[in-house]
Design a protein around this ligand. Structure first.
Ligand code: EPZ
Length: 417
């Protein structure tokens, strides 16, 4: 186990290049199961969650090579249809193999993922959709058991927008017999990225970037070479690192259109930005104003940037209010921010933040990925030294975070416990 030691209060400077998107790459690795042969993925971040997804796919038979952010995966042979608990419990996105396995081999046995720090994270939408597509499903002994002779197209709609369920239905329906209509589909860029990937494989899909996606099943798909989109959440996290340290840094290799909601929020906070087609530079943070925000499915303000924005607002004098509408418990970082001198009250899904001029360094502990990122941001701005325990949470979603921050001038060290 490692911890970060951060000496805060120092302005950052320079440029940082963002890695490929974890949440875009994970479904692509699963979708490679839909074709026989070698799939090549570029710009894949070297993260724990990516390694876990590759292990899950490898247990099903395929062999892979992952080096220098490039994955080569040969899915010619599927020898098993079982995704084991030992792997699935460490990463709930393992459920992404359900749709491709049903489409490719007609059966799947996937461990129930279990919850995580931010909420129970059920998969009922995934299960109901697979049943509508013709799978016979039973839940027993902690596993989803699914079988089908051949999936058939159906009309699928979700009571709540779900990124994962939209991805799973897309991957199941591309080889189904007939037409599938997905209503209330997630609009996240990671879904658009998956649709582009599947269409390159030969899938027949209309409605990319809309909430109604139409899939006409085809007989087979071919393996392709593809480059993963940049990570919009890492991009937003680094922009917020610049804001909290009042630094004029530039975040590069991004699609600013994917973080339009964050840019709008920062401009409403009176922060001046220079936005190009692949970068965002912070020009001025003087006279920052507090703000009220609500998380929402894309293109709304992303729940995955809510903890990081909360850390920024904790150091903006005035009253800010955050309403977290997606997950049940996405304030695990708040008690740790309070240890750093923040004044925050959480009632149900609402956080009332009475921003202070200055936070102070303290020993704190990460409990989940984005909450951990929020603590890093707070520590960069706080006066004095902070020690952040359980950085393995942060390593799940941020490739080489301490070297990227060091290159911006941050005083951060990774130390073995
Ligand atoms: C994806 O999770 C992301 N993970 C999450 O990022 C992100 O926070 C989330 O989408 C929302 O944008 C990956 O892409 C790997 P959902 P997912 O299904 O697909 C409820 C990170 O930090 N729901 O869109 O699991 C669910 O509980 C991670 O990188 C059901 O009730 O999220 C939540 O309240 C954290 N039943 C809401 O829907 C279901 O079957 C949205 O969840 C599925 C979801």
């Amino acid at each position: 186990m490692y911890r970060f030691i951060i000496k805060g209060g120092k302005e950052l400077s320079g440029k940082v290049k963002v890695s490929g998107s974890k949440n875009a790459a994970l479904p692509l690795i699963a979708a490679s199961l839909l074709a026989k042969g070698r799939t090549i993925l570029h710009n894949v971040p070297d993260l724990k969650d990516i390694q876990t997804m590759l292990k899950v796919v490898h247990t099903l038979g395929p062999i892979f090579h992952f080096e220098n952010n490039k994955i080569i995966i040969d899915t010619t042979h599927i020898k098993s249809h079982v995704a084991p608990y030992e792997l699935v419990k460490t990463m709930r996105a393992s459920i992404y193999v359900l749709g491709p396995l049903l489409a490719r081999v007609g059966k799947a046995k996937v461990s129930l993922p279990g919850g995580c720090a931010i909420g129970p994270r059920p998969i009922n939408f995934h299960i109901e959709a697979m049943k509508k597509l013709g799978a016979r499903i039973s839940i027993k002994e902690g596993f989803v058991h699914a079988r089908t002779s051949k999936l058939k197209g159906a009309e699928i709609y979700f009571e709540k927008v779900s990124v994962g369920a939209t991805a799973n239905v897309l991957m199941a329906s591309v080889l189904a017999r007939g037409k599938t209509v997905i209503k209330d589909a997630a609009l996240e860029p990671e879904i658009g990225n998956l649709i582009t990937f599947l269409k390159k494989m030969g899938a027949d899909i209309q409605g990319k970037d809309t909430d109604t996606i139409i899939v006409n099943g085809v007989d087979n798909l071919k393996p392709v070479e593809y480059t993963v989109i940049p990570d919009r959440i890492e991009a937003g996290t680094f922009i917020l690192a610049g804001v909290i340290t009042r630094s004029n840094i530039t975040v590069e290799n991004i699609h600013p259109t994917h973080i339009r909601s964050l840019i709008d929020v920062l401009e409403r906070m009176n922060i001046k930005l220079k936005v190009t087609d692949d970068s965002v530079k912070i020009r001025s943070c003087s006279d920052i104003r507090p703000i009220d925000i609500k998380t929402a499915p894309y293109p709304g303000f992303p729940t995955d940037l809510q903890p990081q924005l909360g850390a920024v607002l904790a150091a903006v004098p005035g009253i800010s209010v955050i309403n977290e509408t997606i997950f049940e418990n996405r304030y695990t970082h708040v008690p740790e921010l309070i240890r750093m001198g923040s004044d925050i009250d959480v009632e149900d899904h609402i956080a009332i933040i009475r921003g202070k001029k200055r936070l102070t360094g303290a020993p704190v502990m990460a409990s989940d990925l984005r909450g951990g990122a929020a603590l890093v941001l707070a520590a960069l701005a706080a006066k004095g030294e902070s020690v952040i325990q359980r950085v393995y949470h942060i390593d799940r979603g941020y490739e080489k975070i301490e070297s990227k921050l060091k290159n911006l001038g941050a005083r951060i060290e990774r130390v073995k416990n």
